[in-house]
Design a protein around this ligand. Structure first.
Ligand code: ADP
Ligand code: MG
Length: 303
């Protein structure tokens, strides 16, 4: 398993991460969330051994992951890292990129393997296309396929679907994470997208102000957010008498103490997000249909 013990890191004396400790079990999927600039990408680079730690240690099983001061060639065979800005070879085809590190000793098996990988990322039709002609999202798929080609034991993914458009994101995510699970590949995913986390992560780690603010299963953090930052990652929320209440936990009732006046309705698809004024401030709740501006409604918390 991956073991991170009291990791600290600074860029030129500016502290970025302080006293970070966590574990990733074999086959476990862990997501790292946090606001932009909170150090997610830095943490992944450190896990990969791209930079030296100020303090602490990183182990994969019995091997200590060391930075460039102690390890001339960055990276380890059991680990693959897909950076936020992936680098591919533009002048060769998709299948050549994906098969780049696969042995040529059994060409038929290599071909089969490449086909399987292209299917996982939905690029079968692009096998013979030169990478330089692809869109950002397609390139990202090539990078993902190439990273899993040699079956690493652990994958480090930095915003792996950041360039993929919404039309294709859901099936790609499903295929890719299910593929990793089936093959018992551990993974650490830096993301700002709750859709990467809720259905697919066994554990999530929240970074804030250089430290781990919270870690736990997505379900426990979602159901009992102790912190506004964690709640805001998932959904629109309100703070009512010091309590965090998600917008979907407020309902319109016949009568209650919570009298509010409708300000605006936003269509979300399955439901509307309604903004109303309660005690002089905006409050947000979900409702099956839009409500008239100026209308008075009574709300009740139902968790
Ligand atoms: P995230 O991925 O969560 O957005 P990063 O790990 O990229 O955050 O960045 C964390 C902080 O470190 C930011 O304040 C960023 O400006 C800073 N940073 C990132 N890379 C470097 C670098 N090479 N040199 C100096 N500061 C950096
Ligand atoms: Mg980043």
């Amino acid at each position: 398993m991956l073991k991170v013990n009291h990791l600290s890191f600074s860029y030129n004396k500016t502290p970025i991460l302080q006293d970070i400790s966590f574990e990733v079990l074999p086959g476990e999927h862990v997501s790292i969330i946090g606001e932009s600039g909170s150090g997610k990408s830095t943490l992944l680079k450190l896990l990969y051994g791209e930079m030296d730690l100020d303090h602490g240690q990183i182990f994969w099983k019995d091997t200590e992951v060391l930075g460039p001061k102690h390890n001339l060639v960055v990276g380890y065979p059991f680990m693959k890292y897909v950076a936020q800005e992936f680098d591919l070879m533009p002048f060769i085809t998709v299948e050549e990129n994906v098969g780049k590190h696969l042995s040529n000793f059994y060409p038929e098996e290599k071909q089969k393997r490449v086909e399987e990988l292209l299917e996982v990322v939905g690029l079968t039709d692009f096998a013979k296309v030169k990478v330089k002609t692809l869109s950002g999202g397609q390139k990202q798929r090539v990078a993902l396929a190439r990273a899993i080609a040699k079956e690493p034991e652990i994958m480090l993914l930095d915003e792996p679907f950041g360039h993929i458009d919404n039309f294709k994101k859901h099936p790609l995510r499903r295929n890719f994470f299910n593929y990793l699970k089936r093959n018992n590949v551990s993974c650490v995913v830096a993301t700002h997208d709750k859709e990467d986390v809720l259905p697919y992560s066994d554990k999530m780690i929240v970074l804030n102000e250089h430290k781990i603010l919270e870690q736990g299963t997505p379900m426990s953090l979602y159901n009992h957010p102790k912190n506004k930052l964690v709640a805001s990652f998932f959904e629109e929320y309100n703070k009512i008498d010091e309590e965090i209440v998600y917008a979907h936990q407020l309902k319109v009732v016949n009568h209650s103490e919570m009298e509010s006046v409708i300000k605006k309705s936003y269509f979300l698809g399955q439901t509307f997000l309604i903004e109303a004024i309660y005690k002089g401030k905006s409050i947000y709740f979900h409702h099956a249909h839009a409500l008239e501006e100026g209308e008075t409604v009574f709300l009740s918390i139902s968790k």
